[in-house]
Design a binder for this molecule. Structure first.
Ligand code: KG4
Ligand code: ZN
Length: 344
C-alpha cells in the first residue's frame, strides 16, 4: 500500500511516499530553521507563510524523484495535531483536497504517534519485540509510553513543565548560543567538564514516571546570572557538559524505574529530535545491553526530527488496525478520533 504523507505541524514542510509502512519511496523536506533563527524560536506567522510557499514545489519534486503520481497512491496520511494551528492547516487542507481529488481515503495522524512509529522506517515489522518502552523526546514533548503492540499505547509519564529539547534550547539561549539549542549545547558539551557544576537530578516522587526540567533550567539561569562580564567559551563548555550530564542522569534513572516496574519490557525505543544527542544515545544503548533488551532508534536522523515518513508509517499502522477507515472519505473523517484513541 502506497501512502502519500504530509507533516507541517511546526517548522518543517515535509512530504513523503511510504510503502507498507516501512519503505521510504521518496522524501522531501523544507526546513525553516534559517528563517526563525534570528528570533530565537519558531514564529507561527512566518512558519505558516513558508509552509504555504513551499508545499507545491515539494510535492512536484516528490513525484518526480519517485517517478510516481497521485493516481498511484492508495491513501493519504496527514498530521492533524498537536502543533501550531496555522501550520497544521497547510497540511490538512492540501491532504483533504488531494484525497477528494483522487478519491482516496485520508488518514488523520497524531504527531506523537508518528514519532512512536518512526523506528519502523527502513526496517521490517518482524524486527520488533513487545512490550516496548518508547521515549518521545523533542522540543515539544517528553513522553514515556508503553507499547503492547504498535497500536496499544499507554502513556506512563510526561514532562510537567518544559520538554527536554526545550530545556536544551533555553540553556543555549541563556549562554547566548544559537537556536535550536540542542545541537550547539551537545557540541559545546563535548569540550567541557561534565562535573564542573553540580546541577540537580530532579526525579519527582519516588514512583513517578513524570519529568521536570524547570529546576535544572533555573539552576543554569542562577549560575549564568551570577557571572560578571562576558561568558568565556570554557565556562559555556562546562555549563553545557554539566547540563547535558544532568539530563542524561534524569533519563537513565527514569528508564530504570520503568524497567524495574515492568520487567516484561523487551525493548527501548528513543525517538524525536533529541535522539540526535550522542550522550543520551550512548547511555540508552549501554542501559539496554545491561538489561538485555532491544534498543531501537530511527534508522536515520531525518526520521528522528519532524518528518513526513513517520506520518506515512503511522498512517499504515492505523489503516491495518482500522481497515474500515479506508472506506471512509475525508468528509466523514474525524481527526479528533485518532487523538483520543491513542493519547487520551
Ligand atoms: O522532533 P523535533 O525536530 O521537533 C519537535 O517536535 O520539537 O525536535 C527538535 C528539538 C529541539 O528542541 C532541538 O534543540 C532538539 O530537538 N535537538 C537536540 C539535539 N538535536 C536536536 N537536543 C539535544 N541534543 C541534540 N544533539
Ligand atoms: Zn515532533
Amino acid at each position: 500500500m502506497k501512502i502519500l504523507a504530509f507533516e507541517t505541524s511546526c517548522d518543517d514542510t515535509a512530504v513523503s511516499i511510504i510503502e507498507d509502512g516501512v519503505s521510504v519511496l521518496a522524501h522531501v523536506t523544507h526546513s525553516q530553521i534559517e528563517s526563525h533563527n534570528q528570533y530565537g524560536g519558531v514564529v507561527p506567522e512566518i512558519a505558516a507563510r513558508l509552509h504555504d510557499e513551499h508545499w507545491y514545489s515539494l510535492l512536484q519534486r516528490l513525484f518526480s524523484d519517485s517517478q510516481l503520481q497521485l493516481s498511484d497512491m492508495d491513501c493519504i496520511a496527514v498530521t492533524v495535531g498537536p502543533g501550531l494551528q496555522t501550520s497544521l492547516l497547510t497540511g490538512t487542507t492540501i491532504a483533504s483536497f488531494l484525497s477528494q481529488l483522487a478519491s482516496i481515503p485520508l488518514i488523520p495522524v497524531h504527531h506523537v504517534f508518528g514519532h512512536i512509529c518512526s523506528p519502523l522506517l527502513e526496517r521490517s515489522f518482524s524486527d520488533f519485540q513487545f512490550p516496548v518502552l518508547t521515549l518521545t523526546v523533542s522540543g515539544g514533548h517528553t513522553h514515556m509510553y508503553r507499547l503492547d503492540d504498535w497500536t496499544r499505547v499507554q502513556l506512563l509519564g510526561a514532562t510537567r513543565d518544559d520538554a527536554a529539547g526545550e530545556a536544551f534550547d533555553k540553556c543555549a539561549k541563556m549562554l547566548g548560543l544559537s537556536y535550536p539549542g540542542g545541537p550547539v549545547v551537545s557540541r559545546y558539551a563535548e569540550k567541557g567538564n561534565p562535573k564542573a557544576f553540580d546541577f540537580p537530578t530532579i526525579l519527582l516522587e519516588k514512583d513517578s514516571f513524570d519529568f521536570s526540567f524547570s529546576g535544572l533550567k533555573a539552576s543554569v539561569y542562577r549560575l549564568v546570572e551570577s557571572q560578571s562580564g562576558e561568558l568565556s567559551e570554557s565556562f559555556k563548555e562546562d555549563v553545557c557538559a554539566s547540563f547535558q550530564a544532568a539530563v542524561v542522569r534524569i533519563f537513565e534513572k527514569k528508564v530504570e524505574r520503568v524497567l524495574d516496574r515492568f520487567p516484561e519490557i523487551q525493548a527501548l525505543h528513543f525517538v524525536g529530535g533529541v535522539s540526535a544527542n550522542k550522550s543520551l544515545r550512548d547511555a540508552f544503548l549501554s542501559l539496554s545491553l545491561r538489561r538485555d533488551i532491544q534498543f531501537f532508534m530511527p534508522t536515520k536522523f531525518l526520521y528522528s526530527t519532524d518528518n513526513a515518513a513517520m506520518i506515512g508509517a503511522a498512517g499504515f499502522v492505523l489503516s491495518q488496525k482500522y481497515p474500515e477507515r479506508l472506506q471512509v472519505q475525508f468528509t466523514d473523517a474525524n481527526p479528533r478520533l485518532d487523538l483520543l484513541a491513542f493519547l487520551a
